[in-house]
Design a protein around this ligand. Structure first.
Ligand SMILES: *Cc1c(COP(=O)(O)O)cnc(C)c1O
Length: 347
């Protein structure tokens, strides 16, 4: 089903941004080596190394579920465990892919306010048992930006890195919306990653405006050993790799990667500000990235859906979620706010 108006259900409802599209058109000529042995893939990897200001290993896969499950599987044996927030996408929205690709590594859940993991609880989860009957904690996985549209600050990332290190765990970051976190904090990418102790980052391209594809970045390069085999076995080695890697070139060189994220963040903030003024509507989490979580009466949710608005109510904390993208306009926001404002008193 295609939609005549902008929908706020997810940032992946939007299409492909011009910078990604043009980059694909540019590499769509002549012939090139397959399976990533082409000049554009090499260039995209180098641009990402420049972006993070470090030598890192870079891989391109088709989607975020693969990026998360394969990177986590590469850090774990089947008898290990991964600690994450109870709302983490890897727990709630990947259909058991982590457990599947890691041959049974267990996920251990930890609470925390506003979608951010409570590090004391992480510590308890690790230290409450040291016997052989407990799945040995091996990885701390954080989502940046989080599932409820908040972001971990640089200080919080440093603390998470220190905690992971002290507990002999690796630190993996699900960065499906990492660009939104960067745009929100306006810090150098290295500050939120390897300098804070992040071993592996999955860097989302799709929700930011690309066609398909996420980058898996190993800052800890030893951990990348044989990751190429893992990708291939999982059906994640693109033979026409240049179409996954070229958009990264276009979006890094043009600045669209951070530009799109900043735009989506701005739209979300505007939407949150406008909704704050509507009686009966409550903003549930600080709006720090491109999502707005709203509590409103069930009757209002249904009235909006009847008017054709699409949004999720099962994600994160279970409130109505409105997601902005590179394609969202101020006019789209006004249309939604107008409908909410009109319907709110009548339901
Ligand atoms: C969208 C998303 C992913 C990736 O999902 P895919 O649909 O597999 O691309 C991973 N983590 C988070 C937090 C997401 O929002």
């Amino acid at each position: 089903m295609s939609h005549p108006k902008n929908q706020f259900a997810s940032d992946n409802y939007a299409g492909i941004c011009p910078e990604a599209w043009d980059a694909m058109a540019e590499v769509n000529q002549g012939f090139a080596n397959a399976y990533g042995n082409d000049p554009w893939t090499a260039k995209a990897c180098n641009l990402l190394r420049e972006f993070f200001e470090t030598e890192c290993e870079v891989f391109f896969v088709f989607n975020g579920t693969a990026a998360n499950s394969l990177s986590l599987a590469s850090l774990c044996q089947s008898y290990h465990s991964i600690i994450c927030h109870e709302l983490a996408h890897i727990e709630t929205d990947e259909c058991g892919a982590i457990e599947f690709f890691s041959n049974g590594t267990k996920i251990l859940l930890v609470p925390g306010r506003n979608g951010k993991i409570d590090l004391d609880e992480v510590e308890n989860t690790v230290n409450r048992r040291s016997d052989i009957h407990y799945p040995k904690p091996k990885v701390l996985s954080l989502t940046q930006a989080t599932e409820v549209g908040t972001v971990y600050s640089v200080e919080e990332m440093i603390k998470a890195g220190e905690t992971a290190k002290r507990l002999s765990m690796k630190l993996q970051v699900d960065g499906a919306r990492f660009a939104n976190a960067l745009a929100s904090l306006q810090v150098a990418p290295k500050e939120l990653t390897w300098k804070a102790g992040v071993d592996v980052l999955t860097f989302g391209g799709t929700k930011n405006g690309m066609t398909v594809g996420e980058a898996v970045i190993f800052f800890n390069r030893e951990l990348a050993q044989e990751f190429d085999y893992r990708c291939k076995q999982a059906g994640q080695l693109a033979s026409k790799m240049r179409f996954l890697s070229a958009p990264w070139i276009g979006m890094l060189k043009s600045g669209a990667l951070l530009g799109n994220a900043a735009h989506a963040n701005r739209c979300a903030r505007l939407l949150a500000e406008k909704l704050q003024a509507v009686p009966g509507v409550k903003i549930m989490h600080p709006c720090q990235a491109n999502a707005v979580f709203v509590q409103m009466p069930q009757s209002l949710i249904e009235a909006l859906q009847k008017k054709g608005w699409m949004f999720y109510t099962f994600i994160g904390s279970g409130h109505a979620r409105f997601m902005c993208s590179w394609k969202t306009t101020e006019q789209d926001i006004d249309l939604l706010v107008a409908d909410i404002t009109t319907l709110a008193p009548s339901v």
